[in-house]
Write a protein that binds this ligand. Structure first.
Ligand SMILES: Cc1cc2nc3c(=O)[nH]c(=O)nc-3n(C[C@H](O)[C@H](O)[C@H](O)COP(=O)(O)OP(=O)(O)OC[C@H]3O[C@@H](n4cnc5c(N)ncnc54)[C@H](O)[C@@H]3O)c2cc1C
Length: 378
């Protein structure tokens, strides 16, 4: 992969690699075990300038592009897929969303402090009635004079302890149903964060419930205006941001492969190294092949995006293929560890659990396949 990268991209990758190996890796098992938000590591990522990767220079960022951003998240994913998952929201999803849909004033107000690490961002669409089932969403933005009132409940919000949230809600425009996104700040009267979920993977990411009771949303905090037609809601996330999530999943598979190779080389079975067993070597080399194929798809797509060829099908294909591959690889490689892989002491099952979440978070694989089907069957 590095032969495709510019000198500047290699420099940024190496910063991320060192951060991942020296600072994140020793903490990864603890984040998973304790299920505690790693505020110091998130702050450190900001200090290293990583929050600004997708933010334009005029708003204080590096404007480094989606390829570089994915390379960074891949490196962090190798050490801690759950930290990479959180950071993909902070570094990719939210800035892309705000940069795509936000007004210049919103970008100045929210992206500048995000680039500097002052703002922790989250994007919240999912409700108890489902994420994609927007027609059933109960969260509403009701016009109140020049402004809006936000009422409703959101669930499963990564970085629920953020300071700035992009929150989707239904509304009506001239009697027609519509959808909007409010920029909600921590501390706005009527907004509270409920429980954090205790979950299978992405532990430590503060997956929160958000409760809105008559929150006054100034008109200037409506992201990119109100959209008529519920189908437009996908514009909320800016699909490109999803690629960051794919990169963290790819890193997860690579991290699992590296750990498993090391383990297999050191494990003796029947008086010889375990790597003398043919199924073991096949699983390792199959994992390598699958990872390389997934990586090719991901970085072909990031380069297409950077050339201005944003093809939603390619992005959805990445979400399905890279994430499904990551889970397949992690699940298969866990078998190499036998009973040891089931134990908390080896800590390796967190890769399989984190990869499992990737098949759901930011859109289940099947919703991506449905999206692709609609397009190719049209
Ligand atoms: C750890 C974690 C972090 C998350 N972070 C966020 C976040 O930051 N912000 C946020 O808004 N949400 C977040 N989510 C929510 C996540 O995006 C949703 O859980 C996911 O999109 C699935 O939606 P759902 O849970 O409502 O499942 P449901 O909508 O009930 O779907 C259940 C299953 O039905 C199938 N299905 C659903 N719709 C379709 C369709 N259109 N076509 C084909 N099959 C379909 C799929 O197999 C799906 O898995 C997070 C979830 C997790 C687990």
């Amino acid at each position: 992969m590095s032969h495709f990268l510019s000198d500047e991209q290699v420099r940024i990758r190496d910063v991320a690699r060192e951060f991942a190996q020296v600072e994140v890796s020793p903490r990864a098992a603890e984040i998973d075990n304790k299920d505690e938000f790693p505020a110091d590591l998130v702050r450190r990522a900001a200090e290293l300038g990583l929050f600004g990767l997708m933010i334009p220079q005029e708003y204080g960022g590096l404007d480094a592009g989606i390829t570089t951003t994915c390379v960074v998240l891949e490196e962090i994913g190798k050490a801690s897929p759950s930290l990479a998952g959180m950071l993909s929201v902070q570094i990719a999803l939210c800035p892309v969303s705000m940069n795509t849909a936000g007004t210049p004033e919103q970008k100045t107000k929210y992206l500048v402090p995000s680039a500097s690490g002052e703002n922790l961002m989250a994007l919240s669409a999912t409700e108890p009635s489902g994420m994609m089932n927007t027609a059933a969403h109960q969260t509403r933005l009701t016009p109140d004079g020049e402004n809006y009132r936000l009422n409703g409940l959101k669930i499963f919000c990564t970085q629920g302890s953020a300071t700035v949230y992009i929150v989707g809600g239904r509304t009506s425009v001239d009697g027609q149903e519509g959808y909007g996104a409010a920029i909600v700040e921590k501390g706005m009267p009527g907004f509270e964060v409920g429980k954090y979920e205790n979950k299978l993977g992405w532990r430590g990411s503060n997956t929160g419930t958000l409760i809105f009771t008559d929150v006054l949303i100034p008109r200037e905090n409506i992201l990119g205006g109100i959209l008529t037609g519920l189908g437009e809601v996908s514009g909320l996330g800016g699909l490109t941001g999803n690629l960051g999530h794919c990169a963290s999943a790819l890193g997860c598979a690579e991290g699992m492969l590296a750990k498993t190779i090391e383990y297999a080389k050191g494990r003796e079975l029947y008086g010889q190294p375990m790597t003398a067993l043919q199924p073991i070597t096949y699983w390792l080399s199959e994992a390598w092949v699958k990872i390389e194929a997934a990586r090719s798809l991901l970085y072909t797509t990031t380069r297409m995006v950077e050339e201005g060829r944003i093809d939603p099908n390619m992005i959805m294909a990445c979400k399905v293929h890279v994430c499904e591959t990551a889970f397949e690889v992690c699940n298969r490689l866990l078998q190499v560890w036998g009973g040891h892989g089931m134990m908390n002491d080896t800590g390796v099952h967190r890769y399989m659990r984190d990869a499992r979440v990737d098949l759901i978070a930011e859109g289940a694989s099947e919703t991506m396949l449905s999206g692709i089907a609609q397009s190719i069957l049209a």
